[in-house]
Ligand binder design. Structure first.
Ligand code: PGA
Length: 254
């Protein structure tokens, strides 16, 4: 069975003190992860080491960056390479979040380069895709997402994409309180898996975890995660509340 993941995306929130208090509170809250389930914490760069240290010895908990750069090293003031991330124990990176695509002009081609950097350094990308509202209104979401996948991922070999993590995040549902319905989520996740299967075969497609993101809350996570092609969530706002994120972790499929 493919991995089920609850991934937190803290975005540009919290001071270090607040971040440490949040993790302490979470670790004091009952939640459980079996060997097929993982919790991943996408934290701001300055806190990666501190938060990584908090999770040492905690099974199936991982720390993720929210971005990385396309180059190994050099004169790129302010950027962070994948080698830097692996050197401090980071295991995952969120790649291509819609906020980075929108505010930092990240293109599908640039994201393909970032994915290559991650894979060559054994860093696991969490690749984000998803359509804006006008594309959904025009009922063009399937081809829109398919293009994102093709242009950023389909140069990968079957071996490289096996056990990959994709997050489908409809932009109109992010931070809006407007979640995709269970049916809308399942339909798109099934579409993504079909596109992957057409390119790589069903066996490979079935190893890929496809997370849903966009206003996942403690109250709706169970229903969304129960959909057959939904393998957990990428969670923004609700990951900043320890009790809520613990409940979301506990909503993962067994
Ligand atoms: P949200 O954010 O849960 O606050 O909607 C999700 C995301 O942007 O990853």
């Amino acid at each position: 069975m493919r991995k089920q993941l609850a991934a937190a995306n803290w975005k540009m929130n919290l001071t270090l003190q607040q971040a440490e208090a949040l993790v302490d509170e979470l670790l004091a809250t009952p939640f459980s992860l079996n060997e097929n389930q993982q919790a991943v914490f996408g934290v701001p760069f300055p806190y990666l080491i501190a938060i990584h240290n908090k999770f040492i010895g905690k099974n199936n908990c991982y720390v993720s960056a929210q971005n990385c750069y396309t180059q190994k090293s050099g004169a790129y003031t302010g950027e962070t390479s994948v080698e830097m991330l692996t050197s401090i124990g980071v295991t995952h990176v969120i790649i291509g979040h819609s906020e980075r695509r929108e505010f930092f002009n990240e293109s599908n081609a640039m994201l393909a380069e970032k994915i290559n950097c991650c894979l060559s350094n054994n860093l696991k990308p969490i690749f984000c895709c998803g359509e804006p509202l006008q594309i959904r209104d025009a009922e063009s979401q399937n081809s829109f997402v398919e293009t994102q996948l093709k242009e950023s991922l389909f140069h990968l070999t079957a071996e490289q994409i096996t056990n990959f993590i994709i997050a489908y995040e409809p932009i109109w549902a992010i931070g809006t309180g407007k979640t995709a319905s269970n049916e809308q989520a399942q339909q798109m996740h099934k579409h993504i898996r079909t596109v992957l299967a057409n390119n790589y075969g069903l066996d490979v497609a079935n190893t890929i975890s496809i997370l849903y993101g966009g206003s996942v809350k403690a109250t709706n996570a169970g229903d969304i995660f129960a959909q057959p092609d939904v393998d957990g969530g990428l969670v923004g706002g609700a990951s900043l509340v320890a009790a809520d994120f613990a409940a979301i972790i506990n909503s993962l499929k067994k």
